[in-house]
Design a protein around this ligand. Structure first.
Ligand code: FAD
Ligand code: NAP
Length: 471
């Protein structure tokens, strides 16, 4: 279907994509289904494509990471080009103006790579991490924090604030053993640190009740099933969750799903206080509800030692703090309260409250004027919510909008001037990495992994990347 010959001779419709994660690739894929002659070029800040599939999705979720095969097919098509290691923003020589000059349309799909803060005292003291930092670290992302900052062997208690699926990933990674993790693409250095953690008690704390839990049933079931982990709930928090929720409005089609999730949570061991836990040497997960973080206390070394919470009550599904407080002593905190996006071009209308590019079905406005040739997809369109299926659905929505623009004759044919583009990239002082280049690195990782009995052994040093591709 995709013919190199046709593309080279006659293709003039072109799309520049900022980012190469699922939002970018799903949109391109659906666009290319209808327009087989469109040229699609991906500009990606990391040397590798696929965004959070490599740096976010947990190593023991290889079934999800397998989508890389489908994505690799797209990036191998003759009408697509991958410019890895090339950041695009208002300050880079390759900016929006240049992309618009060279391409029929531009798609912004640069995801959500910022942190949300709690806004409470001491939240950045030693031992406190944003989920993104910790996830990037265990996934050996090129922008990970250094190993010496990850000290997991000085405390028996850690708190995770938030109970979304990222919180579940973190709890699972901290609970699994070397035997559980060694076959995946976890770096040797990460394996050593994470599997030698001294954490005995993981307190996952949500400000709302059981009915509002952000995790999905599949993920909480998986965590519940981790060997060597006891799972507990607190009787008063469960009781208060339901009493307060007597007016809970749930759509009939969601009721069964919610019931399944709640029933699963209720099957955890119910306790009234931590003294009732089994003394069997296993790790413990405490699924806590109705507690909102108030303050973090640090010790004389500046390390977290305790978190104070306001007990909350639910009003119309929202957590309202009461005067009553409780506290958890701990030496580690993971703030797993979501990711947020940011604006990279001043002219593109951005809603800084919801951290998304303002759009109508993927169509973007610049300085409040709807643009004919500027689009958005992925988490920078929707906010940092949703599994891959959600990102796929939204990408199809954006692809449909671009299609309409093409069919309506609103997009001008443009063949990118690669001399200009390459010279601007060179001006930034970076060497771009093509998809063929990246495949060499990826194949090397797989081969090195095989020697160690794991799926892949990730390269983490950019110099090694260039050595492997011999630029
Ligand atoms: P991203 O995947 O973040 O892709 C954006 C890309 O843009 C990145 O490659 C980034 O490097 C690049 N970029 C950013 N800024 C620039 C710039 N200025 N110039 C050039 N490039 C730039 N979903 C599931 O279904 N199953 C899971 O198990 C699962 N696990 C997850 C685990 C975590 C920790 C997280 C955070 C999410 C997980 N998801 C999972 C959700 C899934 O990862 C997202 O739905 C999806 O990745 C969103 O795609 P995106 O393209 O919008 O963003
Ligand atoms: P999320 O699902 O939005 O969960 C965020 C959690 O943080 C919620 O419990 C939220 O509570 C809490 N929170 C937010 N602000 C808070 C505050 N100020 N104080 C206390 N708690 C606060 O986000 P996520 O876990 O980062 O996941 C992002 C998306 O990726 C989700 O859609 C998730 O499903 C997806 N994902 C999927 C998988 C998978 O499929 N396996 C894995 C990882 C991620 P409230 O609900 O009260 O706001």
């Amino acid at each position: 279907m995709f013919c190199k010959f046709i593309h080279k001779r006659f293709s003039t419709l072109s799309l520049a994509v900022v980012g190469s994660g699922p939002g970018a690739i799903f949109t391109a894929k659906h666009l290319m289904k209808k327009h087989t002659n469109i040229v699609v070029d991906f500009y990606e800040k990391f040397p590798h494509p696929f965004g959070l599939i490599r740096t976010g999705v947990a190593p023991d979720h290889q079934d999800v990471k397998n989508i890389e095969h489908e994505f690799s097919h797209i990036l191998s098509l003759p009408q697509t080009k991958f410019f890895g290691n090339v950041i695009v923003n208002k300050d880079t020589p390759l900016n929006l103006e240049i992309l618009k000059k060279n391409y029929s349309a531009v798609l912004l799909a640069y995801g959500a790579h910022g942190d949300i803060t709690l806004g409470i005292k001491n939240e950045d003291c030693k031992g406190c991490f944003n989920s993104r930092n910790f996830v990037n670290w265990y996934n050996s992302s090129f922008d990970r924090i250094s190993n010496d900052k990850i000290i997991l062997n000085k405390t028996e208690d850690c708190v995770i604030i938030g109970n979304g699926n990222v919180a579940i990933d973190i709890a699972r990674m901290l609970s699994k053993s070397f035997e559980d993790l060694k076959q995946f693409d976890v770096g040797d250095d990460v394996l050593e640190i994470i599997c030698n953690n001294t954490i005995k008690n993981i307190h996952m704390v949500a400000r709302r009740g059981v009915n509002q839990a952000a995790f999905t049933t599949k993920e909480i079931r998986e965590l519940h099933g981790v060997k060597g982990l006891n799972t507990y709930i607190f009787e008063d928090e469960i009781k208060n969750s339901f009493e307060a929720d007597s007016e809970l409005q749930v759509l009939p089609n969601e009721r069964r799903q919610l019931k399944r999730k709640v029933d699963l949570v209720k099957s955890f061991d119910m306790i009234n206080n931590v003294n009732q836990i089994k003394k069997d040497g296993r790790k413990n997960l405490f699924l806590r509800f109705l507690n909102r973080p108030k303050e973090i206390i640090s010790d004389n070394t500046g390390t977290i030692s305790e978190i104070i919470f306001n007990k909350t009550k639910l009003i119309k599904g929202q957590a309202v703090a009461t005067e009553e407080t409780t506290s958890i002593k701990c030496g580690l905190l993971f703030k797993s309260i979501g990711y947020k996006s940011h604006s990279i071009f001043d002219t593109v209308d951005f809603n800084s409250k919801s951290s998304v590019i303002i759009n109508d079905k993927g169509k973007v406005s610049e300085n409040k004027v709807i643009s004919d040739n500027l689009f958005v997809s992925g988490w920078v369109k929707t906010g940092a919510k949703g599994v891959l299926d959600t990102t796929l659905r939204e990408a199809v929505d954006t692809a449909d909008t671009i299609n309409k623009q093409i069919e309506g004759g609103f997009l001008k044919n443009k063949t990118p001037n690669y001399d200009e583009i390459n010279s601007l990239i060179a001006k930034s002082g970076v060497k771009p990495i093509s998809f063929k280049d990246w495949e060499k690195v990826s194949n090397y990782e797989i081969e090195e992994g095989k020697k160690k009995g794991k799926i892949r052994d990730k390269v983490t040093d950019i110099n090694k990347v260039f050595e492997l591709i011999k630029h």
